[in-house]
Design a protein around this ligand. Structure first.
Ligand SMILES: Nc1ncnc2c1ncn2[C@@H]1O[C@H](COP(=O)(O)OP(=O)(O)OP(=O)(O)O)[C@@H](O)[C@H]1O
Ligand SMILES: [Mg+2]
Length: 341
């Protein structure tokens, strides 16, 4: 009997794992906190992230992936090891992993991740480019000679990719996504309402009443912050129209970036995209009205994939199950086996 077959997505905000036969088995913050004095890890995942903005000076919070780039490989590998321990707890056989990674990793960086996964106990590990994994997870086949356009809007990056015949033909990684929307809300409320809120509050407002095109009905939510003039606690009511004002400029920038990729695409491939449209995934694809903004700018039909934030992990898991057939269609995976290479 083989070990667990696990697809993993390393994201700027979350690390997600999909296990064959089980589904999503992990979706936790890609974060770890250390004791400043002893250097020991204190908490990992959501527990570490819950300390944001409240981290005492004796703790150091690390998020190793910033804007889609792994800035600290040893910390990323430590989080991966601890998360794998959780997911594979009680399993006798070593797991077979596939990890969705940014498409622009150097060979050396790819090797570091492969080595780390083997060191974490994997029997075999493969790498899959993020946009390819996201496409599979959104239920799109990229093996055919027909172009598809997938836009994965996560926390740190927006990955725009045109794929055909098993490869990424055109792509762009824009360092603008959900984390920037949170900062937009903080800046907007400071400027227009004279209230300073924290990023977690901004994120909550975005999830509760966020939008980038007008909602049919206006929503309102309360936010606690600090009066910027008097430095006193202040509770204010924030409306969905205000959030829309705060976010619309960055939403337009994302649409412009997709347009700039489309400008490079040759006519035949472009014709395929007119036919198949654009698929949105990533956690930020849930932001109300993003599909409308993209449709108005690009004049393409826009589909929002269900469970957008799980697409890359799910798609990686799919690729692991179908690896032989996908390789026959020309897809290439970087693979490392325990004890070999
Ligand atoms: N309902 C929602 N409305 C708006 N944004 C949301 C919603 N749900 C999640 N998000 C945002 O999705 C983002 C996380 O998405 P995702 O898990 O795809 O990112 P990631 O893969 O970790 O990051 P990246 O792909 O950029 O490296 C966060 O910014 C989060 O606030
Ligand atoms: Mg992602």
């Amino acid at each position: 009997m083989p070990g667990m077959q696990i697809g993993i997505d390393l994201g700027s905000s979350c690390i997600t794992a999909y296990a064959a036969g089980k589904g999503i088995v992990l979706h936790e913050a890609n974060a770890i906190s250390f004791d400043t004095f002893s250097g020991e890890a204190v908490a990992v995942g959501n527990e570490a992230m819950a300390m944001t903005d409240r981290t005492p000076s004796s703790l150091r919070l690390c998020r190793p992936m910033q804007a889609g780039v792994i800035s600290d490989f040893s910390i990323q590998c430590e989080i991966l090891r601890r998360m794998l321990d959780r997911v594979c707890k009680g399993a006798v056989l070593r797991p077979n992993l596939i990890i969705s990674v940014p498409s622009d990793l150097t060979k050396l960086e790819q090797r570091t991740i492969l080595d780390a996964a083997i060191a974490c106990g994997a029997a075999r590990v493969s790498l899959i480019p993020g946009p390819v994994a996201a496409a599979f997870g959104a239920g799109i086949s990229i093996e055919e000679p027909h172009g598809v356009l997938v836009v994965d809007i996560g926390a740190g990056t927006t990955d725009i990719a045109v794929m055909t015949m098993g490869t990424v033909a055109y792509c762009k990684s824009l360092p603008l996504a959900g984390d920037d929307f949170d900062k937009d809300i903080v800046r907007y409320l400071r400027r227009t309402a004279g209230v300073e809120i924290g990023l977690p509050t901004a994120k909550r407002l975005k999830h509760q009443i966020g939008c980038v095109s007008a909602r049919e009905e206006e929503f309102e939510a309360a936010a606690n912050g600090k009066d910027t003039l008097r430095q006193m606690p202040l509770q204010c009511a924030v409306t969905s129209t205000q959030i829309c004002e705060a976010l619309k400029e960055d939403a337009e920038k994302i649409a412009d970036a997709v347009l700039s990729v489309l400008e490079e695409v040759p006519p035949e491939l472009f014709a395929d995209l007119c036919d198949s449209g654009l698929t949105l995934c990533g956690g930020s694809s849930k932001l109300y009205g993003l599909d409308t903004v993209l449709h108005e700018k690009l004049r393409l039909s826009v589909k929002v994939a269900p469970d957008g934030e799980h697409c890359a992990a799910k798609g990686a898991g799919y690729a692991l199950r179908q690896m032989k057939q996908l390789e026959d269609h020309g897809l290439q995976f970087r693979v490392r086996e325990r004890g070999i290479g």
